[in-house]
Design a protein around this ligand. Sequence first.
Ligand code: HEM
Length: 478
Amino acid sequence: MASPAFPLPLAPLVRRSRRAILRAGLPTPWPESPARQLHRWASDMDGLLGELAATGRPWTLDLWRQGWIAVFSSASARQRLQEADPETFGHANDLASLFVGPHSLLLKDGAEHRAGRRRTVGLVGAERLPVFGVAMRDATDEWLDRLEPDSTVPVLDGCQALTLDIILRTVFGLPPGPEHAALHRAGRGFMQAGRSVAGNLAALVLPTTVLRGLALGGESPGPMARLLGPVGTNLPGSAEGRHLMRRLRELIARRRASDSSRGSDVLSRLVAEGALSDDAIRDEVATLLLAGHDTTAVTLGWLLYRLGSRPDLWDALRMEIASCCGADGLVDPARLPRRGLLGACVRESLRLDGLTIGIVRRARRETTVDGFRIPAGTQVNALVRPRHLDPERWPDPERFDPHRMLGERPGPEDLAPFGAGYRRCVGASFATFEMLVVLAAIARRGRFVRPPDLVVDRRQYGAFPGPSNPIPMRWEPL
Ligand code: HEM
């Protein structure tokens, strides 16, 4: 367990924070000062939560302006959040309001959330995947076309560019071209700027309206944004953020003016439906853009890294997809098996390297978890990563072994990389299918090989953990 570490003048504040946590009936306060906890949360969330879990008991973190977070690692707490009713446990996604407005699914609760979720499932859920498969495959093939044989490729960067490309094609209906390139540049610049410890700390410490106003200026609603916008023009990512949001607004207006009823992309469907305002549509597609590409890119990056030292698996994958190609020789996404080795590789990668550490909710009214009182407003984090690495459930858990997933249908109590319960990732089917298609398209053409001295660790990567470097690997076409 960590030892207390705080400057002496803060001692009375720290004592007061601890007394308040104990009086509230929450689990024991974590022994570091709130300032130290805040810094670790921003710079090494994985390490901090792993340390808590290793003690085998629940704790309460005090993240100052973010409030208290009760952290549990028991199976009963995971089940409690998985089965939680939306009136008791709502979202804990307040930080998403830095990027998206109030119409975003991430920021809705109760009946509004239920209705929004139904709509989003209808747009990117399992039933819609056949529409997107070809775009996912073509984007991958075009990426591979650009790679020099036997060159070293920063695979993580490649996956980020690829998954953003896929979102632009499938969600925005933008084929490659000048409009696509401009949004791609802005999206990448904006995400890149958000991946720093300083950015994380600013997001935790400053009021979101202030930060949003600084970052997005007039592209953010409210007088605060107009006031702060000019001040924030030179902040990293601010130019790209404003550009991105403005382009989205213009794109929606243009799509409204055109005949969008035949487009199968998400944006065209939303416009054709006619039920949402422009602001609501922008929040919906911006949510899918921001929640739906970096997450998948990081998972794919890890997967390629793990496969990079396993020529046996590349050979087996190639055999599996041999019967899934069309007359044109290309992978036919509709024929890819979900329960074969491809799917097993994806599930194993999500287990071993998934970016999700826990299921997080905010109590909307007073409740209990594992016998502890949880006051309204408190966040609860039921950790899933310790279960993903539990040797009792997954023998030799640090080993990448897709064969363990063959024929397995692990329930959310054992594998929950997309969270669980009524707010489980709405893009889970999209992401899983995308990884399947991308991996198949790569395996058809060659493989990425890991240099013997390449080591990639798990580090803070923006708001979640990710690889410690861009994963440089050699592209070896067949
Ligand atoms: C490997 C890739 C991905 C991972 C690991 C991931 C993980 C997650 C997690 C852990 C949550 C919170 C679940 C909970 O609170 O129980 C979530 C929510 C969400 N994700 Fe994903 N995600 C991924 C890809 C995607 C994609 C591709 C999209 C969209 C196309 C997407 C859109 C969303 C949205 C909109 C929510 C909010 C759902 C709600 O509040 O009802 N995600 N994701």
